[in-house]
Write a protein that binds this ligand. Structure first.
Ligand SMILES: C[S@@+](CC[C@H](N)C(=O)[O-])C[C@H]1O[C@@H](n2cnc3c(N)ncnc32)[C@H](O)[C@@H]1O
Length: 247
């Protein structure tokens, strides 16, 4: 077995004789320009503060997080906050999109583009494709576009501007390989309804902040956790719900 592996490795090296081992395993996520850009963006996200958040009482915040009608007011007030996926979730998104060979991805909630960068990096390494992502806050869209350009990935991304309940209600790809839900928690169920008939069998749905979903989107969790609805679903890493469309 060792001999066989060594032989295969020598053959591979021979075919790529000008490449070092590191170069053989290069990914868009772990190399320039994206890797140092993500370091800077996560640091900037950590340092961000929000006057809008400071002016909200706990009760008011709870009420707005549950509301299916006042989400634009809430996220408008929080426009200075990045609210990105964690570094671990970002890496996991890249891995999931790579391992399912994703070509077609839809995202609810772009913010400044941190999760979008991970998803688009996976598409680059899969050989191409498109992320359709959605954000209503204009100042965030400007910066997200810049971040995607800086990461060399803007050609793979379409940002739909406005309320996702409208922008994701038409012109979706025939099939979708992966859906990321990371906008207003109270709308996860409604956004899933918009794209569900395009999810291919085996498509993955990642819902960030699923721990908060117990409070803010119980209707979403009830749907994906019911096998009768056509999903297999597990919560993990404390805050992510990973679901797979079965048919
Ligand atoms: C948690 S942040 C997204 C973070 C982003 N996925 C990342 O990892 O960097 C949620 C974003 O969704 C946006 N959003 C919330 N509800 C929306 C809606 N109905 N339509 C479009 N964007 C929405 C908010 O403005 C906010 O920027």
């Amino acid at each position: 077995m060792r001999l066989a592996n060594a032989t295969i490795y020598s053959y591979f090296r021979f075919q790529h004789k000008s490449l070092s081992c590191t170069e053989l395993f290069m990914t868009a996520l772990t190399t320039e320009p994206l890797a140092p850009l993500l370091d800077r963006l996560f640091a900037e996200a950590d340092a961000a503060s929000s006057p809008g958040m400071a002016s909200l009482s706990h009760d008011e915040l709870e009420r707005l997080l549950r509301s299916k009608t006042e989400y634009l007011d809430l996220y408008g007030r929080l426009k200075d906050l990045w609210l990105p996926v964690s570094r671990e979730t970002g890496t996991m998104l890249y891995m999931l999109a790579r391992s399912c060979g994703a070509k077609s991805i839809v995202e609810f909630g772009t913010s400044f583009g941190i999760s979008t960068l991970h998803l688009a990096a996976a598409l680059r390494d899969n050989g191409g494709g498109r992320v359709i992502t959605s954000e209503f806050e204009p100042s965030k869209i400007v910066r997200a576009r810049q971040n995607l350009a800086d990461g060399g990935l803007i050609d793979l991304v379409e940002i739909r501007e406005g309320d996702a309940l409208e922008t994701l209600s038409s012109d979706l790809p025939e099939t979708i390989d992966l859906l990321l839900l990371d906008g207003a928690k109270s709308l996860y169920r409604e956004v899933l309804d918009l794209v569900e008939d395009r999810l291919r069998p085996g498509a993955l749905v990642v819902a960030d902040n699923a721990d908060a979903c117990l409070d803010y989107c119980p209707d979403y969790l009830a749907r994906v956790r019911s096998t009768a609805s056509g999903y297999i679903s597990v919560p993990f890493a404390d805050d992510v719900e990973l679901s797979m469309r079965m048919s």
